[in-house]
Ligand binder design. Structure first.
Ligand code: ZN
Length: 174
């Protein structure tokens, strides 16, 4: 990183002083980890930890990281703490909208059943409806269809008559 982003002592728009930077990225000052003053600049998550949000400001600088796991360079936005605004508190109406959104992710668009897990984003269709609608040639569900059925339809029906959990209250509210 040091060869690609050499140290540059440069003026920065938010301060009268010159700061040690790693050059610029997309026209804004670039910093490497532990070189940006944490009392002045913060990432979105660092703002959140202070109970703040960027509040519509554009990032004033960038942070370059090389996480071992990612195996590549990662750039993060840095925001000015003085321009940040406090996080808006959650009201009952905002919680209701949130619950509605989370329930919609678990609702099958074919049969309207509410499940326990989020359905695939591409179609939001439950597995039962996928069988009814006809499986995609490369659907993973074909893996479960190999071989001969061991139960008749009636036996299978009897087996699957487990008590269904009722829809939780939080999913119905809002
Ligand atoms: Zn369904």
């Amino acid at each position: 990183m040091s060869r690609r982003f050499p140290w540059v002592l440069a003026p920065v728009p938010w301060s009268e002083e010159t700061w040690f930077t790693r050059g610029t990225w997309l026209g804004k000052p670039l910093f490497s980890p532990r070189t940006a003053d944490r009392s002045v600049l913060a990432t979105k998550r660092q703002l959140r930890a202070k109970g703040l949000r960027p509040g519509g400001q554009d990032p004033c600088a960038f942070l370059v990281l090389r996480p071992r796991k990612a195996g590549k360079l990662v750039f993060a936005n840095l925001y000015l703490i003085v321009k940040a605004k406090p996080v808006r508190p959650m009201t009952e109406a905002r919680w209701a909208a949130h619950r509605k959104m989370m329930a919609a992710r678990r609702t099958c668009r074919e049969c309207g059943d509410l499940g326990w897990a989020e359905l695939p984003k591409a179609h939001r269709t439950c597995e039962a409806c996928l069988y009814t609608a006809g499986l995609d040639p490369d659907s993973y569900l074909h893996d479960y269809l190999a071989g001969q059925p061991t139960l008749s339809a009636a036996e299978h029906e009897a087996l699957t008559e487990y008590p269904r959990l009722s829809t939780p209250d939080y999913a119905l509210a809002g």
